[in-house]
Write a protein that binds this ligand. Sequence first.
Ligand SMILES: [Fe+2]
Length: 285
Amino acid sequence: MIRLRDVCYVRLGTRDLAGATRYATEILGLEIGERSGEAVYFRSDQREHTLCYVDGDPAEQAVAFEVDTRDELDAAAALLESIGHPVHLGTAAEAEQRKVRAFVAFRDPTGNRIELAWRPATGGRRYHGTRDAGITGFSHVGLCTTDAARDERFWTTVCNARVSDRIGDAPLLRIDEIHHKIALFPTDRAGIQHINHQVASTDDVQRSYHFIRERGIPVVFGPGKHPTSSARFLYFEGPDGMVFEYSSGVRSIADELLYRERQFEFGPKGFCEWGARPDIREFHD
Ligand SMILES: [Fe+2]
């Protein structure tokens, strides 16, 4: 079993690196950690980077998860190969580009590119956002799935994910005490469906709602409250059709023995306790 320690970073291709950089800083509130010729690295917390925009095809997207040891990384690569997921062992240059000591890349059953990272760099300075969005850190991703039951099996049997709740057949998966680090969204494509940053309070969610609307950025869901994780949320559009989310107050599942996953309806009542309706393709039947 592959023990995922935490979600680590997202890499996104874009044809407009300058525009994506402007968005990531001025709208999202991330801090530029570093610029290289064809990539810009963004910080959202104590880590050296949690988002990287790379000059290239927007279909090129990857999400990375940290593993604890080199042995675990090698064992994960062998396991994935043995069950039919070809693994790419990152070169030294590729590891450098990701600010990790080593990594392997593979595709999940839907075709999402997943990277396993060993020893990602921690920043020497504290994160300081470009604007006061209240961001406390990169926290989770929504991943597209073309078969929710099959992908749930992959994440929970090949990896250490556990189901926290299900919305219809779509599981919200945890790898630590946080309610979810991966949310699977049934659809007909591969890709990252949304990228979540936690913010300090509901006030930050509300403040950003007005900030984002005033700048003509489409809000696609919220403000609202997820009945599953209790998080207050706001989803809005980013570059290349990516959806970004701020949320606050996600529940922790401290006692694994006492917790039991719950079933929610795949529809407005399952997505929002306050009555907000999503304007997001993957949230519709
Ligand atoms: Fe989310």
